[in-house]
Design a protein around this ligand. Structure first.
Ligand code: HEM
Length: 481
């Protein structure tokens, strides 16, 4: 028996090895087959040249042309390769819902490291999961309507002062640059409440350097904009840490983002936020708030200028509100009045659709994903194209026409996403809309403006803005003087 087993054991091992090799081989073949099937199911599209992909095609023309041209050629889901990253672009509401809402856990946010270093790696938009949810709750809570309603007088003061300065002296001003200054001040107010002017100045001075470096080529060599921006970013952290220390000592009972962050304690572990986490998220919010809102407000002025009949309708609505305040002896807008500007609200909604400031967003597939029969490989970038959806004639009739009355009907679900959608959607959208409503109220009821030059066009920096930042002259209406 012992001799027998001495013979059979090696034979058994031999057969077992052969068998497992066959199984493995078959498995490998199956895997290869599966991979081939998956490969065959990649979305249509072109990956362009080796390494550079279609980067040149995207950056050498209006990016909107690139997206709509590819959509026309390949349909609503297509592949491409940009800056060495294989990507799938998605131009349908269903696809946007899949990536941003239903299967959001299969896709993570993705940003270049050079940008992350300037904003700060702990800023919420670089994260997902528990940390993201905790910070998001804080930020969202600070910008809920209940939290921002008491900001109306402060925002109004900033807007009136800005408009008066634009109208002072009849100069041509760069509307977008001025809107940027304004939205920065509103951001500071919403984050800190009252902030000592010397702190505002220091933040502004350093933030401008960071902003310049953000859109420059990221080389960390002496003299480059990027290197200067990294240094300014460090100084911003120091300033923010000083402000935070002073606020901790004063223990003020104000409801603003900084105080919420300072008072934060994790429910489970009792952890508080570190200085870096606070600084990164404050810079992150300022960054997310400034160019977006400034660009949206500049577009509103452009569209109203080009559509005098809608400007007249807005003027009528806003003058009535102003007159009712005069009749009641009030000189300021109230929160409730900002909730009751139906036509102006439609103008804002239509301006956001037309301009689609955030034309698309980026995610990265954390695993292989199947969508509508297409394979999206792990590690590929995935880009829901908000602009294409907002400009799809099947969803918005005559999409190139500025027509606020289209918002008399609520858009179909997942077709209107100027503030994104799902777990990373914009927590500052109510603040942005409040700022736009107050601006339009004062502009339309007390001022008039004319554009300098008749050139039309779009400029990207990187958000779309009217050409040259919309140079214009502003005047205070005669009756107000
Ligand atoms: C018209 C103005 C604005 C537009 C069009 C806009 C648009 C957006 C969009 C589309 C997203 C989602 C991006 C994505 O899914 O990848 C987003 C995220 C974000 N926005 Fe805004 N935004 C505006 C103003 C603001 C303001 C005023 C604030 C702050 C006060 C703000 C703070 C943020 C933050 C912190 C995020 C990241 C949220 C997260 O990752 O969870 N935004 N915004």
């Amino acid at each position: 028996m012992e001799n027998g087993s001495a013979f059979f054991v090696p034979v058994l091992i031999f057969f077992f090895t052969i068998l497992s090799s066959i199984v493995l081989l078959l498995g490998n073949n199956n895997n290869k087959k599966k991979k081939q099937e998956n490969k065959a199911k990649l979305p249509p599209g072109s990956m362009g040249l080796p390494y550079i992909g279609e980067t040149l095609q995207l950056y050498s023309q209006d990016p909107n042309f690139f997206f709509s041209d590819r959509q026309r050629r390949y349909g609503e889901i297509f592949k491409t390769s940009i800056l060495g990253c294989p990507s799938v672009m998605l131009a349908s509401p269903e696809a946007a819902r899949f990536v941003l809402i239903n299967q959001a856990h299969l896709f993570k946010p993705t940003y270049p490291k050079s940008k992350e270093a300037l904003i700060g790696p702990s800023a919420l938009f670089f994260h997902q999961g528990d940390y993201h949810m905790r910070i998001r709750k804080l930020v969202q809570g600070s910008f809920y309507p209940e939290s921002i309603r008491n900001l109306v007088p402060g925002i109004e003061t900033l807007i009136v002062s800005a408009l008066n300065s634009w109208a002072d002296g009849g100069r041509v001003i760069n509307t977008f640059s001025e809107m940027k200054k304004l939205s920065f001040e509103v951001g500071i107010l919403a984050i800190f409440g009252h902030l000592e002017p010397h702190y505002t100045e220091e933040l502004k001075k350093n933030y401008i350097v960071v902003d310049r470096g953000y859109n420059s080529f990221p080389t960390n060599l002496p003299g480059t904009k990027y290197r200067k921006a990294l240094k300014a970013r460090k100084r911003l952290s120091e300033i923010l840490n000083n402000i935070a220390r002073e606020r901790r000592e004063k223990k003020l009972d104000e409801k603003n983002l900084l105080n919420c962050m300072l008072n934060f304690k994790d429910d489970d572990k009792g952890e508080i936020l570190s200085e870096d986490q606070i600084a990164d998220n404050i810079i992150g919010v300022l960054f997310a708030a400034q160019d977006t809102t400034a660009s949206a407000m500049t577009w509103i002025l452009k569209y109203l200028h080009d559509n005098p009949k809608f400007l007249e309708a807005v003027k009528a609505e806003q003058t009535q509100i102003y007159q009712s305040n005069v009749d009641n002896g009030k000189s300021h807008l109230t929160w409730n009045q900002t909730r009751n500007m139906p036509f102006t609200y439609k103008v804002i909604s239509e301006s956001l659709r037309m301009s689609s400031i955030i034309s698309f967003t980026f995610r990265e597939a954390v695993t292989d994903v199947e969508f509508e029969g297409y394979h999206i490989p792990k590690g590929w970038k995935v880009m829901p194209l908000f602009r294409n959806i907002h400009h799809n004639p099947d969803l918005f009739a005559d999409p190139q026409k500025f027509d606020p009355t289209r918002f008399e009907n609520v858009p179909k679900p997942n077709t209107y996403m100027p503030f994104g959608s799902g777990v990373h959607s914009c927590p500052g959208n109510e603040l942005a809309k409040l700022e736009m409503l107050i601006l339009v109220h004062h502009l339309a009821s007390h001022f008039r403006y004319e554009l300098a030059g008749s050139e039309n066009g779009i400029q990207y920096g990187p958000f779309p803005i009217p050409l040259h930042g919309l140079p214009a002259q502003y005047w205070k209406e005669e009756w107000t003087k």
